[in-house]
Design a protein around this ligand. Structure first.
Ligand code: CA
Length: 236
């Protein structure tokens, strides 16, 4: 029970495509013990249809199946879906593995396999897939060679991470969101420090200088521009 509570909040749904009943059944029992949801399909053609129509987080795909083999299923699924696929190859033949990966399978496991190994492959594949998705859909602001990732408060320049404090990040993001617009010290104060900020407006100049040290000077490229008597702007 303790292991289950450590699993991911929303259980991943695994589609077991395997025509050998004992194998399918043991996979189902063991995967559900690990906290996954599962479904089983023994027929190749129906499996293909279900992969397309239903929503799974990962497909365990046997190669030798009635009506449509695993290679064909993989090839057809990849025309319309990037659902993670792990091939279960009965024969320990390099050619099978290579073909499976060429057709777009994410990984393969050779039968007979140790469940622990399969489990590690499943977790690794799901994790990498989620990471890829996150990267594809993640919001970002790009200014020349600088990228801001607002969902994780991170900044890179030339691909190198820049360590910023929370306030420095907030200031930079505000400038970048309003790229090319000159923002006054008052605007910046209100947005970054809040309406209730009591103190010297110099704090804006001080933080701009911090950012310039960490970004403009470190990377030898100008990002933050001063418009004298007005305020600051980020330009590309
Ligand atoms: Ca089979």
């Amino acid at each position: 029970m303790e292991e289950n509570s450590k699993a991911v909040e929303e259980p991943a749904k695994i589609f077991i495509v395997e025509d050998e009943k004992p194998i399918a059944r043991f996979l189902q029992i063991d995967l559900e013990k690990e906290g996954f949801k599962t479904a089983i399909e023994r027929n190749g053609r129906r499996a293909y249809e279900r992969i397309i129509q239903e929503k799974y987080d990962l497909v365990l795909l046997d190669v030798m199946l009635p009506d449509m083999d695993g290679m064909e299923i993989c090839k057809r699924v990849r025309e319309v879906s990037d659902v993670p696929i792990i091939m279960l190859t009965a024969r320990d033949e390099i050619a099978d593995k290579v073909e499976g990966l060429d057709l777009g399978a994410n990984d393969y496991v050779t039968k007979p396999f140790a469940f622990a190994e399969l489990l590690a492959r499943i977790r690794g594949t799901i994790k990498r897939y989620k990471e890829d998705l996150r990267q594809v859909y993640e919001r970002r602001y790009i200014v020349k060679n600088m990228i801001l990732y607002p969902d994780r408060y991170e900044v890179t320049v030339n691909g190198e991470p820049v360590e910023l404090t929370q306030k420095e990040y907030a200031l930079l993001e505000y400038l970048v969101e309003n790229k090319r617009n000159v923002l006054s010290r008052d605007q910046i104060l209100q947005h970054v420090w809040g309406y209730d900020y009591i103190g010297n407006t110099n704090v804006v100049d001080v933080y701009v200088s911090y950012l310039r040290t960490k970004i403009d000077e470190r990377f030898g490229e100008k990002y933050i521009y001063t418009t004298r008597g007005v305020g600051y702007a980020v330009r590309d």
